[in-house]
Structure formats: C-alpha cells, structure tokens
Ligand binder design. Structure first.
Ligand code: PLP
Length: 476
C-alpha cells in the first residue's frame, strides 16, 4: 500500500550547542553523518526540509542549506529541487547494519498450511461498521485503562454466545479477555504454577507452541491419543498436576474426544482435584456431525475454557478469551496484570458489536458453508489423485489429516513439496516425543478455492511420487 506523503514537517533527533567551539553547520553535518553511518537514519529515509530543520534548531536557513549541500557532495543525501531531501539510497552505512539478506524461499503456489483461516473472507465491511459504531459511542472514560481483564460489553456478549453455541456455563465476570489463546494459555499456566503445579499433561501430538508453558515453569508430560482422543490410562501414568486438551477437534489429528473419554477425563480431574485447560480453537466449524459441547459444560469448576477470534475472524486481531473457574479467577487476573494492561478496548468494543448485531453468526454461517465446500473439494481431489491415502479428522475444523503408507518419509515429502511451492505441515512437526509411524500430512483447505484444489492435490501427488522415487533410488 502506498502511504501518501504530505508536506508535513518532519522531526529529527538533532541537538546542537549554540555556545560550542564547533560551528553550527559542522555540528549539523556531523550528527547527520553519524546517524546515517550507524543506521539510525536508513537509506532512502526522508529528512526535514532545510526550512523545517532551521526552525527546529533555531538557526538561520543558509547554515542548514550549506550543511545539506556538503552531505550531498559526500554521498549521504539526495537533494532535488522541489522534492523532500532524503538519505541517499547508496549512503555509506556501517556494514554491521546492512540488512540480513532474506533466505530465498520458493514462492508459495499452493497454500495448505493448516492453522490459518481464509483471510480473504475477513468481514471487512462488518468489522469497519462495528469499529465505527464503537468509536462513535464509546465514552471518553472508556478510552482510558479501565477493565484490564476485558470490557464488560464483550464479556457479556461472549457469555451469551458461549452459552448458546458451546454450552459453556459461566457468568460474564468469569471471562478474561487475552491477546489470543497464546496469552490465555500462558496466563493459565502461570496461575497453575502459582498454585503449586509442576507438570502439565499435553496431547502428543499436539499444538506444538509449547514454549510458553515451559517458560511459565511447567514441565510437559506428553500423553498419547487414540481415535477417541487423549488416552486416560496414559494420562494417569503421566503424574501430571493439570492437563491441556483440544476435545472438540484435536490438533493436529482432528479426532473428536468421545463422550466416554470426556467422562473419564472429568473423573481424572475430580480424583486429582485439578483442572483442564480446554483449547476450543475452531469448534465453530463443524460440517457433518452434531455439535459437541465444550468439556467445560460437564464440569465448569474444573475447566479453564479458552476461545479465540483467530479462526472465527483472523489471527491479526489478537483477541482470545478465558472462562476461568471462580477459585482460579483472581490468580489468572493477577497474572494478567503482571503481563500487561489488557487488549485494545476499541477492538473489544467492535467485537462485542459483531456478536450483538448478529454479524458474527452470519459470518460463521457463511464461512461454515464455504469451508465445507472446500473440504469436500479436497476429499474429491484426494480420492482421485491419492486413492491410497486415508483421510481423517474431516468432520470439523480447517484441515484434514492425510495418512500415507508406512514406507513414506514425511520429512522428504515436506521438503519436496516446499521445493515445488506447496506449503503444508506434517504430523512429525507436532510431536513432542519422536515416534515412527505412517507418514501423515496436515492439509489446510481454508484458503484453497475449490477451482484450484484438484491442481494443487495433483502437484502434491507428484511431490509425493518424486520423494518416493528419490528414496527408492537411494536404497537401490
Ligand atoms: C490448536 C490451536 N489452538 C489455538 C490457536 C489460536 O491461537 P491464537 O489465539 O493465539 O492465535 C491455534 C492457531 O493456530 C491453534 O492451532
């Protein structure tokens, strides 16, 4: 996007001393020279006009004109009649400040990355209207730092929505607005540590952004899964103090935690007198199964429920929410105050209006049918091009789990796909404990239009074949 440069006057960090031995012109020259050489002023950057700098420094304009002319002669500045003076594009800068050349990544031609929703479908007009309305109606006092744990309007809208759509049982005051699940998980982990927790059981494979949990002071206890979700016998052996789960749509396998397994998990929570952190990241997108309520609805006092706007709308918003049992609420809120003063209130008001106006429900309905069509196109393309593959985890979410034959090397396929401009992930990237198993690809379909799907899957098939033949020629 081109940002229009107006004739505004620019400020620059230069200080001169009127009483110093060195004359004013050379002082200006040496400071600008130093700023350019050290990289605080970048090549091509605009600098103040001679008139503005003279006014800013309280010197006569010819002094600045002479200083600029000298710097232009030395190759530091570019001066053109009628144009704003700039640091020369080829100005001599310190080598250490030279930009690090970006690693040449092949251009992404087909984007199957599993974690990102369809950004092109962001409801820009509705969001703009909600933001405009928020700005028009927010009181001046609401532009201050009130409500560090979330604006009342958003918490109320979420309490209503989560009860209605996810079966979550809560009062608005139990909701803590965070900057995405990333922060929600960190706050929950720190609050558990403050209560004496040492080990957190996590699904393996799982959502591999585990660093914040470790940084909070928890050890990770990996627990295996089967087709019903996290194995409770393995959880019992893990001697963990709490557990993190994705019951509605396990990431990355796509498994839905069965009713029986949920009951067993609640039994474990009761027996250990502890809590689960429930990551309910994309449950809105379910296609051909009945809605499964949140785990939280079964045992509200033993579940910290986490939701996010990242899949519903877009990750750029950085808005998530925790529903915290009362006995942990103060501890989580205290951690939030240590972390920051909460999420942008204007965005929170806009999101509240998206829920209240019905725009969010409309958007989710529209996206559900768009994603279903894309998922079906992916299934058709896989059936035609890769009939040997077993496709799992397709009842919900934004990606499919594609299991290939045991002999395939998923890392080699990932590399070959990347070389061909196909972006995807593999199960191995989300394993805490490396394990042998069938090569498994994670294919996000959210951003792939139906019309492109067949071509993309054909390219992927070719990448798989190529990886296979490279492996065969190595063995041969
Ligand atoms: C399993 C899972 N949980 C949660 C999130 C959302 O994280 P955040 O709200 O920090 O964007 C993601 C995003 O990719 C995810 O894959």
């Amino acid at each position: 996007m081109a940002i229009k440069v107006t004739s505004r006057s620019l400020e620059i960090l230069i200080a001169i001393s009127h009483g110093a031995e060195e004359k004013l012109g050379p002082q200006i020259e040496s400071q600008l020279r130093k700023a350019i050489r050290t990289g605080t002023l970048h090549p091509g950057a605009p600098i103040p006009s001679t008139r503005d700098l003279a006014t800013q420094l309280g010197v006569s304009r010819p002094i600045v004109v002479d200083a600029y002319a000298q710097l232009a002669a030395e190759g530091y500045l570019t001066l053109r009649q009628g144009a704003r003076p700039r640091v020369s594009a080829s100005a001599p800068t310190a080598a250490a400040r030279a930009p690090i050349p970006a690693r040449a990544e092949p251009r992404v031609r087909f984007d199957f990355l599993p974690a990102v929703p369809d950004l092109a479908s962001f409801p820009r007009a509705a969001w703009l209207a909600a933001t405009r309305d928020a700005l028009a109606t927010m009181r001046d006092a609401e532009l201050g730092l009130s409500d560090p744990h979330g604006c009342a309007v958003l918490r109320e809208a979420l309490a209503e929505y989560l009860g209605r759509a996810r079966g979550v049982v809560c009062d608005a005051e139990q909701i803590v607005i965070t900057s995405g699940f990333a922060q929600g998980r960190a706050l929950a982990a720190r609050a558990l540590v403050a209560r004496g927790a040492k080990r957190l059981a996590v699904e393996d494979p799982g959502y591999s952004e585990w660093q914040t949990i470790v940084a909070a002071g928890l050890k990770l206890a990996p627990v295996t899964l089967d087709e019903s979700g996290m194995r409770i016998d393995a959880l019992e052996r893990a001697s963990a103090d709490a557990v993190l789960v994705t019951p509605a749509h396990q990431f990355p396998t796509g498994v839905v935690m069965s009713g029986e397994r949920r009951t067993a998990l609640v039994g474990w929570l009761r027996a250990r007198e502890t809590v689960a952190i429930e990551d309910d990241y994309d449950a809105e997108f379910r296609y051909d199964r009945a809605p499964v309520g949140a785990l939280q609805s079964l045992e509200p006092e033993r579940v910290i429920y986490c939701g996010t706007a990242s899949k519903m709308l877009a990750p750029v918003l950085r808005i998530g929410w925790l529903v915290v049992p009362y006995h942990l609420l103060r501890a989580v809120q205290a951690e939030q105050l240590l972390a920051d003063y909460g999420v942008s209130r204007i965005e929170q008001h806009a999101l509240a209006r998206m829920f209240a106006s019905g725009e969010m429900d409309r958007h989710l309905r529209r996206m559900r049918s768009r994603y279903r069509a894309r998922r079906d196109a992916l299934l058709d393309a896989l059936a035609a091009e890769l009939p040997e593959a077993e496709v799992q985890g397709i009842a919900a979410g934004l990606h499919a789990t594609v299991v290939l034959s045991g002999d395939d090397d998923e890392r080699a396929i990932l590399e070959e796909a990347r070389r061909r401009g196909i972006a995807l992930e593999i199960l191995g990237q989300h394993r805490l404990v490396p394990r042998a198993g069938s090569a498994t690809l994670l294919l996000g379909y959210a951003r792939m239009p139906e019309a492109t799907m067949r071509v993309a899957v054909r390219e992927l098939r070719d990448a798989i074949r190529s990886a296979r033949s490279t492996a065969a020629s190595r063995i041969g």
